[in-house]
Design a protein around this ligand. Sequence first.
Ligand code: PLP
Length: 412
Amino acid sequence: MGRGRSSGAQLALSAMAADRPHLPGRRARGPITHPMDSLDAFARTKLDALEAGSLRRRLTPTERGAEAAAVRRGRALVSFSCNDYLGLSHHPRVIAAARDAVAAYGAGAGGSRLVTGDHPVLGALENLLARHKGTEGALVFGSGYLANLGITPALAGRGDLVVLDELSHSCMWAGARLSGAKILTFRHNEPGDLAMTLAEHRPHHARALVLTERVFSMDGDRAPLGDILGVADQFDAWTLVDDAHGIGVVEDGPRAPLEMGTLSKALGSYGGYLCASRPVIDLMTSRARSFVYTTGLPPASAAAALEALAILEAEPARRARPLALARRFTARLGLPEAESAVVPVLVGDAQTALDIYGALEAEGFLVVAIRPPTVPAGSARLRVAFSAAHAEAQVDALADAVAALTGRGSRP
Ligand SMILES: *Cc1c(COP(=O)(O)O)cnc(C)c1O
């Protein structure tokens, strides 16, 4: 850059400074508030309100290890709060796959998939995902959240309709809002309510999407997918199922034409995916903005997920374990039988949930309290997540501790 240009830039900067009385060295004529003051005041007011409702969130550094171990504040805990349902994030073969990929291919993808970030290991993972789900194709995204941000807007827009189960995950809502389509909800897991909604609104919209989850993330219950797909077919609506908590744990039942999910739960790695027909996958490759305009998944994350998927397919006993342990827990506590690896223990208000979480931690269990707005107001809960890595004795000990703290009967 030439001298003249850089001194021109300096002139422009000092002209800007003259227009801004709050910059250092300038005296303001009246009482001028620095924008930082109002910004911080805004944040503090919001935080105070969250604090008052026991809704303020704080980070807790956690070191996870094999066999559901977690260390927090120097204390060794057994974690019942990880989504690592098959214990694969610490499987020696998964770790080796990631380490080998980093050594061979580097730490990052170096660009978006459509430019230079499409390492062949991502294609290999997509082939295996498509085979696993029985679809023509699959597309790997940067995360499950990013997948849902991109999928719905690529299929629906103004003049279209998106109908979601009212308990759908935050990122399904975000994708729906981003699409610009009209958004409606149906009552949780009620195909009859979906049918009524579609009967009334479907005729006034060009295209319609139905969004739900195979396993609901905070309640652990399963959608009646056969019935939902039947209703959607009747009204010529396309169904997108979020399978984040299904793959590797509960995989029976019908498949939707659009099945998205994450590599970060049972697959123990990081990233997201969509499994669908070849034309849909090709459309997403060109049009899903959260695919096109973001850096490709690091090859090591894909290599880890690929190895995890191979282990998952080869070891049915591992896949059966999380649900079996969850059912052992619900039976012992007299709760409704678990439908997935996730079991909610509802306690009502946020502070009670926090108190029980603290008491369990003192006994060596990590069971995080889930509060609004993640779950509806008044339904704060302990969300207990079971893993193939847990031992039966650990599950029984947790059930007894929860029974003592909540006043529920434990039935050994
Ligand atoms: C975790 C989760 C996601 C997001 O997946 P990430 O890969 O963690 O971004 C999406 N949907 C549901 C239902 C989830 O539980």
